[in-house]
Design a binder for this molecule. Structure first.
Ligand SMILES: [Zn+2]
Length: 378
């Protein structure tokens, strides 16, 4: 069965054009300019962008990936899909090795099912000085042997691990991850510029939420931020919610790294989509007030309540990105980081029909995953 979407403004990394596209068996089979040859579903001139890809997400709709509870993971994925995220990585937070093993094993089943794109261990191999909302009593020194056990629990679905590169054992663990095809992300780190370069040399290729949970930029101490921004091998994650990073600092990072090395993430936690109240992130108590999640003890920012549609819209409206650049940072670049850019991440013939229809004000008006509407265009 084939479906044609007509009278659309199609956004690709190369530009925006008025045209149409055809979908068959969950894939995009034609992308055309002008008016469609046959009849089709008119989108009334609205924008169509590729489904968003979120490589750092802890949950939503009350569901939390770190619990390893499959029903909670399903609720979270469903919420983010309604907001245009068609590919989601499940991020775990610091917990005991037993708990992480159990959660990874449970979530691996959901990866096998196609619900999740992989598992990310954001802890426990991170710095006590920069642990943010992670439980400081459960942090550990990175160990290749121990990490090999966690990878085994994930049955090939562990896709990323965040490591503070200055810790004993960090460089060996980064090397092991990179050799196994697992993305070594540098972050939650107190490293200086040179220590960060060593982490990149060892195979670190992503910056876990650049700026957040690392030393700030200093003119005599450039720190991790400059090392991560200037190295062509590194893609930087940014939380574009207006709370974690000032729009001007986000613009600075994006202008240095460019859309090919910048990826938007949500870092969303369970409260996303629910509103203010009391929640937990891993073993830590969190209160959400005015949409901002903070630890009850100490007040550290504890993840975000962001969705990718909002991050995308802010990139255009607050940061000043063009639409073609915004689809890169929200879809194509994270797809490339995951090694999935041949299948998802842009509107192109042969790729999955993962699409988001946007209103003139860039609000989500429809979402399609693998050729099936999650939300039909209104
Ligand atoms: Zn996180």
């Amino acid at each position: 069965m084939s479906l044609t979407l007509a009278d659309a403004r199609i956004v690709t990394p190369e530009g925006v054009h008025e045209g149409w596209l055809t979908i068959e068996d969950g894939r995009i089979t034609h992308v055309g300019h002008g008016s469609a040859p046959g009849s089709g579903l008119s989108l009334g001139g609205r924008h169509v962008v590729p489904g968003f890809v979120d490589i750092h997400n802890h949950g939503g709709a009350g569901g939390s990936f770190p619990t390893g509870e499959q029903d909670q993971a399903r609720d979270a994925v469903a919420l983010h899909r309604r907001h245009g995220t068609t590919t989601t990585m499940a991020s775990l937070v610091t917990a005991s090795i037993d708990e992480l093993t159990r959660a990874a094993s449970a979530l691996a089943e959901l990866c096998e099912e196609g619900l999740l794109a992989g598992i990310h261990f954001e802890g426990p191999y991170i710095s006590k000085a920069r642990c943010g909302a992670h439980n400081p009593t459960l942090l550990r020194e990175p160990s290749p042997q121990e990490f090999a056990g966690l990878m085994k629990a994930g049955r090939g679905h562990v896709r990323m691990v965040t490591i503070a590169t200055e810790l004993p054992g960090a460089l060996d663990t980064i090397r092991l991850a990179a050799a196994e095809g697992v993305i070594a992300a540098l972050g939650h780190s107190d490293a200086d510029y040179d220590q960060t370069l060593a982490g990149i040399e060892a195979g670190g290729s992503v910056a876990t939420h650049l700026y957040n949970a690392m030393p700030p930029l200093g003119h005599r101490a450039p720190g991790p931020v400059v090392a991560l921004l200037e190295d062509e091998r590194v893609t930087v994650e940014l939380i574009n919610d207006g709370v974690h990073v000032h729009p001007a600092m986000l613009r600075l990072a994006y202008e240095v790294a460019g859309p090919g090395r910048t990826t938007l993430i949500t870092d969303a936690m369970a409260a996303t989509g629910l509103g203010d109240g009391d929640y937990v992130l891993g073993s830590m108590r969190v209160r959400v007030d005015d949409g901002v999640a903070r630890l009850v003890e100490g007040g550290s920012i504890a993840g975000a309540t962001l969705t990718m549609d909002v991050a995308f819209r802010r990139s255009v409206q607050e940061v000043g990105m063009s639409l073609p650049d915004a689809v890169q940072v929200a879809s194509l670049t994270p797809a490339r980081v995951l090694g999935l850019a041949d299948r998802i991440g842009s509107i192109a013939v042969g790729k999955a029909a993962d699409l988001v229809v946007l209103s003139d004000s860039l609000e989500v008006a429809g979402v399609m995953k693998d050729g099936v509407w999650i939300t039909e265009p209104r």
